[in-house]
Design a protein around this ligand. Sequence first.
Ligand SMILES: *[C@@H]1O[C@H](CO)[C@@H](O)[C@H](O)[C@H]1NC(C)=O
Ligand SMILES: *[C@@H]1O[C@H](CO)[C@@H](O)[C@H](O)[C@H]1NC(C)=O
Ligand SMILES: *[C@@H]1O[C@H](CO)[C@@H](O)[C@H](O)[C@H]1NC(C)=O
Length: 432
Amino acid sequence: METLVNNAVWNLIVCFCLLGTNVIIISGSLQSGKEVDLNANSVNQFNHESSMPRFAEPIPNVTVSIGRDALLACVVDNLRGFKVAWVRVDTQTILSIHHNVITQNPRVTLSYNDHRSWYLHIRDVHEEDRGWYMCQVNTDPMRSRQGYLQVVVPPSIIDKETSTDMVVREASNATLICKAAGYPEPYVMWRREDGEDINYNGDTVNFIDGEVLHITRVSRLHMGAYLCIASNGVPPSISKRVTLKVQFPPMLTISNQLVGGYVGQDIKLECHTEAFPTSINFWTTEKGDMIVSDMTVSGEKYEAISTDNGYNKYMILKIRKLSPQDFGSYKCVAKNSLGETDGFIKLDQIEVPSRSMAITEGPEYDRKDYGVENENNYNEGGSSEIVFNSLPTDNSSLNSHATRSYGFRVDWLIIVSAGWCCVVAMVQSSCR
Ligand SMILES: *[C@@H]1O[C@H](CO)[C@@H](O)[C@H](O)[C@H]1NC(C)=O
Ligand SMILES: *[C@@H]1O[C@H](CO)[C@@H](O)[C@H](O)[C@H]1NC(C)=O
Ligand SMILES: *[C@@H]1O[C@H](CO)[C@@H](O)[C@H](O)[C@H]1NC(C)=O
């Protein structure tokens, strides 16, 4: 082991101490280790190992969080007249000798008891205090032990190198970066705040390791709040919230493009849109006259209801007590800064249903049989779907409510039923 404090240095330092401290206490230390031995009257010309100072235990490594206090302990048996010094190894600084603190660092203090345990206290630990500390005894040759002071630092996010809230166009790339500091070096990951999986460049993942979240071809499904989480085993872990907003022009879906109603009936037209930034949505008549604005308005004739869910908007137009001039086309329109789209719903007049029109029997209804699927393809971006409610096929006694709901299809059913009758009639006549 390298001798950092040889006897000459010892004497020098002790001389220095002598000037400022009690002459009687220090007087003995002017001698070299061997002479101290003799002075202490534990006469042993051969310095039997058993009579020499020895370390009772290794100096334990100490781990402290920055800002806390550290305590390094050195326990020496058989010290007799020898002296214990604490030395900072990396800087070769003497911190204390015997009962005296040498260093100028006001955060360092010393305590001892029984001339056996020697404690070095470091208050409010800084990162630069991290390193090896040596406990020396001024025997010849010098004896020493070392202990490591680990100073750990909880993670922190380096704000100026970390992404802030971001707005990108759909189908472009987005890169979120998170930089963290701490000791040991923190582990950094990204995940969605809501805990949902992320479609990450083809893979479905719950979190992404590392500082960089690079999404190629961002979709609207990537919109949301993300958390960058940094941890290094030193509590507390830390996170930063970054929102990703994805802009795209409005897209519109109409599930029922053909609605039947009869005079006097109340009906509902429905339209679903997606857009970010949030679109302005409204309904117009066939001629393009705006019916009601986007907000919920209760009126005599019309009621427009719009429900938002993220970038989705569900629009409903209620028309009360249909009159003959209400039949025709209605348009729902969605506009935002990136574009505009619209779609038509045709409101057709049907006969007022009566109980005599009860449906008796019918074949399996396939929506394709209606021949209207995808008749109108309003916008290239969205799938234009037409969904008809399935007809009850096993209930021969449709009540008036059911008949009204399916009013539009009653006409059709009559045609089909008539067709069946004709076929049956033809088969019967040909058999004769
Ligand atoms: C102290 O830590 C060092 C490495 O940092 C290691 O080599 C040594 O064995 C440790 N000593 C004790 C007593 O744990
Ligand atoms: C998006 O990222 C991919 C893969 O990293 C790259 O090939 C492409 O050029 C990027 N596109 C743009 C617009 O930066
Ligand atoms: C037929 O419709 C009536 C009235 O809606 C209902 O009470 C009844 O349970 C239905 N019968 C069958 C077989 O579905």
